[in-house]
Design a protein around this ligand. Structure first.
Ligand code: BEZ
Ligand code: FE
Length: 300
């Protein structure tokens, strides 16, 4: 126990304020693991300090309990409202910051989000991952490299994104196959290239208690336009990140605080004509280039 914490004067009776906090801390001082003691002690200290700082009323305490109950009730295998709550409180990004510190030059991480699915379809470089999703075609290309600039061949690149209505394929009830989602592998020179969609800004799911909280806080549920990437290669740390569209209206007000300057690139617009891969496009399209840098596991 911290030597500055008051001792419990009278066993575990007649407790209030600091002596109550000390009694609860003492009750967690012999957890099955030292780490659990550390976590529960800090949690209790911060919770008690919070209740004291805001002088929480009984109505406010009850409405907090009701809010968490609603978060639990709406959570299913398909919808994780607790993670969404963690996202809008900035806790997810704090956890990522602590656990994904990488050497300078490595691509930064950001939130995973709820729309990843395992077993996405496999594509070859040059294919179209949009698979019929509505939106303007976009040619995405670049490379996967290590810190010294050496290409990483055969890196697995998972991609997922929303269509131009701001919906991921998994948000539709009636789709038979993935759209705006898939995986491919970097080629022997570490390059990747594929077609998908120009991403659009969209709101996080805001029809539940987290949406109510954002509304009460007069906060926007919007995320700036982005494409999700998860890149894995043997010998390197897995990278979970997004590429954000330069100029997006919501870059500085992301509902989940996930934007990093190093992840923002232009999505350049082109009129109908010849695309970089030689394809004849009969309508306007965009191009985006991003070079990912993975951190080797051995570097730490
Ligand atoms: C997303 O970008 O898919 C996302 C991230 C956090 C919360 C909701 C959505
Ligand atoms: Fe997203």
């Amino acid at each position: 126990m911290d030597p500055q914490e008051p001792t419990i004067p009278d066993g575990a009776r007649n407790l209030s304020g600091d002596t109550l906090t000390a009694a609860v801390l003492a009750s967690f001082s012999h957890c099955a693991s030292d780490r659990l003691t550390e976590i529960m002690s800090s949690l209790v200290r911060h919770l008690h300090a919070f209740v004291g700082e805001v002088q929480l009323t009984e109505e406010e305490w009850a409405s907090g309990i009701d809010f968490l109950t609603r978060v639990g009730h709406i959570t299913t295998d398909q919808r994780q409202e607790f993670i969404l709550l963690s996202d809008v409180l900035g806790v997810s990004m704090q956890v990522i910051g602590i656990n994904h510190q990488r050497p300078a030059g490595a691509t930064e991480s950001t939130v995973f989000g709820p729309f990843f699915t395992a077993n996405s379809p496999r594509y070859a470089n040059g294919d179209d991952m949009a698979n019929g999703a509505p939106g303007e075609p976009c040619y995405l290309h670049g490379s996967v490299r290590s810190l010294d600039g050496a290409p990483i061949p055969d890196a697995r690149i998972e991609v997922w994104q929303a269509d131009d209505l701001g919906h991921y394929d998994v948000q539709y009830d009636d789709l038979e196959s993935a759209r705006g989602r898939g995986h491919l592998f970097s080629d022997r020179d570490g390059r990747y290239y594929f077609w998908s969609l120009l991403p659009t800004a969209y709101p996080i799911p805001d029809d539940g208690p987290v949406g109510d909280l954002l509304a009460a806080a007069q906060r926007s549920p919007m995320r700036p336009a982005h494409v999700h990437f998860m890149i894995t290669a043997p010998g390197y740390h897995a990278l979970v990140t997004h590429v954000f569209a330069e100029g997006d209206h919501y870059l500085d007000t992301d509902a989940v605080f996930g934007v990093k300057s190093s992840l923002i690139v232009p999505f350049e617009r082109h009129e109908a004509g010849i695309a970089p891969d030689g394809r004849q496009m009969d309508r306007p399209f965009s191009t985006m280039r991003y070079d990912f840098v993975l951190a080797p596991v051995a570097a730490e």
